[in-house]
Unconditional design. Structure first.
Length: 274
């Protein structure tokens, strides 16, 4: 039985395919996730195409699993080879907003566009501006460690009143203490293992905004509590319905400042299209 499974797992040559019965051809095609309809000649041609085109979804899936496990390990190893603990096992996280390293919009661009090749994730700023990010915490790992962790909670894109069925997403970043460069990231959402989801981007924009507030003095001791309270009070999960005439439409752009550009449709602008 094991030998039969091994034979199916490999690609068959044209000569071997010509010797297969209709039942065996269908088993071979089904194993490689191909259609099994048609007469004998059609099945033979399709089976030969599997070998020539290299269709092997199972092998692709195996490779993906291997790469996933490999990346899980790499996330917690610094460029200099230092092994880091997983954020889930760390205690005594800090709420001091002055602790984390300098992080700017340029770091976000470098990560999403240059490193991850996902320019569209720059749009994740809307998650931060609409107050989906809260409970930001910092951990230095150790005094000697050159990297640190920042984690937070992010509301889902469509939050419901039922927190148990639709919980907040848990996000963490591993940053260089010196440069602020992102070494790795993770989110427990469906796309989070790819290290480039909207929730990860939302945390990055939060850190960029907090860095800007550090520079302009907004995070002074007298105002630090007000800023921190903002991040502990995210938007409501259940919003009150409004009429379209009461809404303000905003367009978020990738700029140095994280303030939305507000655009209202006036009667004058509307009439010019009539």
């Amino acid at each position: 039985m094991a030998s039969d499974e091994k034979d199916k797992d490999r690609y068959l040559s044209d000569i071997e395919i010509d010797k297969l019965s209709v039942v065996q051809l269908k088993d071979y095609l089904r194993f490689h996730n191909q259609y099994v309809s048609g007469n004998n000649n059609e099945l033979v041609l399709r089976a030969k195409g599997v070998q020539k085109l290299g269709f092997n979804d199972r092998q692709v899936h195996r490779n993906a699993e291997v790469n996933y496990e490999k990346r899980k390990t790499e996330k917690l190893v610094t460029p200099l080879g230092e092994k880091l603990p997983h954020p889930d096992v760390l205690n005594t996280w800090s709420i001091d907003l002055m602790d984390f390293p300098t992080f700017t919009d340029s770091d976000i661009y470098n990560y999403f566009v240059l490193k991850m090749n996902t320019k569209k994730q720059l749009r994740s700023k809307v998650y931060y501006v609409d107050r989906h990010v809260h409970s930001i915490l910092y951990h230095e790992i150790s005094d000697k460690c050159e990297h640190c962790f920042v984690k937070c909670k992010v509301l889902p894109s469509l939050p419901s009143a039922n927190v148990k069925e639709n919980p907040d997403h848990s996000v963490w970043l591993c940053l260089s203490k010196v440069t602020g460069q992102v070494h790795s990231a993770e989110c427990n959402c469906t796309a989070g293992s790819g290290e480039a989801c909207n929730h990860i981007g939302a945390l990055m924009y939060a850190l960029s905004d907090l860095t800007a507030k550090k520079k302009d003095g907004t995070l002074a001791s007298t105002s630090k509590k007000c800023v921190w309270d903002r991040f502990n009070n995210p938007r409501k999960r259940k919003l009150t319905p409004k009429k379209s005439s009461e809404l303000t439409f905003r367009k978020h752009t990738f700029e140095s400042k994280l303030e939305p550009v507000e655009k209202k449709t006036t009667e004058k602008n509307f009439l010019q299209f009539l």
